[in-house]
Design a binder for this molecule. Structure first.
Ligand SMILES: Cc1ncc(COP(=O)(O)OP(=O)(O)O)c(N)n1
Ligand code: TZP
Ligand code: MG
Length: 208
C-alpha cells in the first residue's frame, strides 16, 4: 500500500453543508497529506452515495489523493475508490477485505487495544480510533477516550492510527505526542469559515 495521508477529510452531508465546495478548497492546500472519506447519512440512498463518491473520485484524481467510502463497500468498488472504512455495525473487517481485495486501503474503527489487534489481524490497513473528544457530529457515541486512549491503541498495533472525534488544530499536537499517525475530521473542515486555512492549521500540527 502506498503511504497513507495524515489528514482525513470526511464528507459532511448534513443539511446546509457543502462537501464538494469544502473539498475544492482543501485539495490544493493539503493534497500531499490528504485522504478523503465519502461518508453519507444513513438515510441517503446508494445512488446518492455513488453520485457523491464519483464526484469526489474525479476531484481527487488530478491530485493523486485517495478516496475511501465509509460503510458501503459496493459503492466504493463501483465508484473506483481506493478503499473503504468499516466499523462495528458494518461488514466485519475480514469480509470487507475479501470484498475490496488485497490491494485496497481498508480502515477499521477501534477504541481499545483488543479490538484494534483483531482488526489488524483481519486485514485492516489503518485504524480510526476514537472518539478522542466530545463531538456533536455523530449521535450515540461512547465516551471519549482522550489522547491516553489513542496511545493505548498505538502501542498495541503496527498500522497507522488515525484519531477521530472532536479533533481541532489545537488538539492535534497532543494526539501526535500520543502516537497518532494522523487525524480524521468532519467539523474542523466542514464547519470552518475558511476550510483552506483550517486545513493548513491542521497540517501544521500534523507535521510536528
Ligand atoms: C477514520 C475513521 N474512523 C472512524 C470512523 C467511524 O466509523 P464507524 O464506527 O463505522 O461509524 P460511521 O462513520 O459509519 O458512522 C470513520 N468513519 N472514519
Ligand atoms: C464518524 C465519527 N466516528 C467517531 S467520531 C465521528 C465524527 C467525527 O466528526 P468531528 O470531526 O466533527 O468530531
Ligand atoms: Mg460505519
Amino acid at each position: 500500500m502506498p503511504s497513507l495521508g495524515r489528514l482525513h477529510l470526511i464528507t459532511d452531508t448534513r443539511p446546509g453543508r457543502d462537501p464538494l465546495t469544502v473539498l475544492r478548497a482543501v485539495l490544493p492546500v493539503a493534497h500531499a497529506e490528504l485522504v478523503v472519506q465519502v461518508r453519507v447519512e444513513d438515510t441517503a440512498t446508494d445512488r446518492e452515495a455513488y453520485d457523491l463518491a464519483r464526484r469526489v473520485v474525479a476531484l481527487c484524481a488530478p491530485y493523486g489523493v485517495p478516496c475511501l467510502v465509509n460503510d458501503r463497500l459496493h459503492v466504493a468498488l463501483a465508484a473506483g475508490a481506493a478503499g473503504g472504512h468499516v466499523g462495528a455495525a458494518d461488514l466485519p473487517v475480514e469480509a470487507a477485505r475479501r470484498v475490496l481485495g488485497p490491494d485496497a486501503v481498508l480502515g477499521a474503527t477501534a477504541r481499545e487495544p483488543v479490538s484494534a489487534v483483531a482488526a489488524v489481524e483481519a486485514g485492516a490497513s489503518y485504524l480510526g480510533v476514537g472518539p478522542c473528544h466530545a463531538t456533536t457530529t455523530k449521535d450515540g457515541l461512547p465516551p471519549a477516550i482522550g489522547a491516553a486512549g489513542v496511545r493505548a491503541v498505538v502501542e498495541a498495533v503496527n498500522v497507522p492510527v488515525i484519531a477521530i472525534g472532536g479533533v481541532t488544530a489545537e488538539g492535534v499536537p497532543a494526539l501526535r505526542v500520543a502516537g497518532a499517525y494522523g487525524v480524521a475530521v468532519v467539523g474542523a473542515l466542514s464547519g470552518a469559515a475558511d476550510p483552506a486555512r483550517a486545513a493548513a492549521e491542521l497540517l501544521r500540527g500534523l507535521s510536528c
